[in-house]
Design a protein around this ligand. Structure first.
Ligand code: ATP
Length: 348
């Protein structure tokens, strides 16, 4: 396998950006270690692509700085053009030239003097497309076109690779397969990778860390398991993973709720709270005040939605849920301490 250039760190400090009068990024700071995979996750319009474009040098920040390894590439008085940043970019639509062959598309990513050298064949080999040099993009499958875009970005051996929604053009089945291949390849290369995605599952699969963006801010940056089990705010809790929020009243180390007492992770809460309940933390038993309002069968397991009065809770069960719509059931909390949010703490 052709080695990538040495993986480089990326440091973003105090970046602001507005378009016209609308602030799009507000005081963004992030450090990405060499070889780390970071997923930038957030809803549409929260500023993910703008941040990626600022790192790449396709957009200038209004304030703040971007540093790649030890080199400041964007700051008040400093501007390094995109092609000198050692950063590769895979666009959402792959941006292949339809009138150029696979090899010429890949060569386009290289400085002119290197286009006829071995780099093109190496890059195509790397992504498993060796021998397809002369094919035109429209004769390739979606997954293959994706790999051409990847080969083009990797050919100059960048120290950092940025990928903007790289799998969103693929249908669901292919997306999972191509995602796993690309993920493995980039892990093998040890390259620093920053993925932009609005898909939580994708962010969790790809990112060593996930930075959750909301309205131009980083709401939380943490490894996926920490985001899931210890979300920093109610907004993050609701955005990552299936979540229901059940009103409760803190009594000692528990919250009294419609499904009984729920042990809490944090012991410093008082008064009314909302308890975060994940589907896998809940169990069902027959008979009770809850009503099954919906059952979804997934094959490997099922999801049962139960109306418990103040909220509809989703409960993950075995493949055979053992209940049907209309059944009366009780919901039990079976997890360790639950996360809860004071009712007034609504800021992301
Ligand atoms: P999506 O997932 O939909 O691509 P995103 O999180 O990547 O969204 P951005 O593309 O960064 O979001 O856009 C953030 C905001 O900035 C949006 O409101 C968008 O309309 C606006 N915006 C982005 N680029 C420009 C531009 N060149 N001129 C004006 N407004 C822009």
């Amino acid at each position: 396998m052709t080695p990538a250039a040495t993986a480089r760190s990326v440091t973003i400090e105090g970046v602001h950006k507005r378009f016209d009068i609308d602030p799009v990024l507000e005081d963004i700071s992030l450090h990405i270690e060499p070889g780390e995979a970071l997923a930038l996750l957030g809803p549409s319009g929260c500023g993910k692509t703008t941040l990626l474009r600022i790192i790449a040098g396709l957009e200038r920040p209004d304030a703040g700085s971007v540093t790649v390894a030890d080199r400041v590439v964007a700051a008040d008085q400093t501007w390094v053009p995109p092609e000198q940043r050692s950063i590769g970019l895979v666009f959402q639509d792959w941006a292949l030239f339809p009138h150029l062959s696979v090899a010429k598309n890949v060569a386009y990513g290289l400085p002119r003097r290197e286009r006829s050298g071995p780099r093109v064949a190496e890059a195509l080999q790397l992504v498993g497309l060796g021998g397809l040099d002369d094919r035109m993009p429209d004769t390739l499958s979606g997954g293959q076109q994706q790999r051409v875009a990847l080969a083009r970005a990797l050919a100059p051996r960048p120290g950092v690779l940025l990928l903007d929604e790289p799998f969103s053009n693929l249908d669901t089945a292919l997306r999972v397969e191509v995602r796993a291949e690309v993920h493995r390849l980039l892990l093998d290369l040890g390259i620093t990778a920053i993925y932009v995605t609005h898909d939580q599952e994708e962010a969790f699969v790809l990112g060593d860390r996930v930075a959750v963006m909301h309205d131009g801010h980083i709401a939380q940056a943490a490894p996926p398991s920490e985001l899931y089990t210890a979300p920093a705010s109610r907004w993050v809790a609701g955005f990552v993973g299936g979540a229901a929020f059940l009103p409760g009243e803190v009594v000692g180390s528990q919250a009294e709720s419609a499904i009984g007492a729920i042990p809490l992770q944090r012991q410093d809460l008082h008064g009314p709270v909302e308890v975060l309940l994940r589907p896998e933390q809940l169990r069902l038993s027959h008979g009770g005040a809850g009503e099954v309002v919906q059952v979804e069968y997934y094959g490997h397991d099922s999801m049962v939605f139960v109306d418990v009065g103040p909220a509809i809770l989703s409960v993950r069960t075995g493949a055979e849920p053992g209940v049907v719509r209309g059944d009366q059931v009780a919901v039990h909390y079976g997890g360790n301490g639950a996360v809860a949010f004071a009712l007034e703490a609504e800021t992301p």
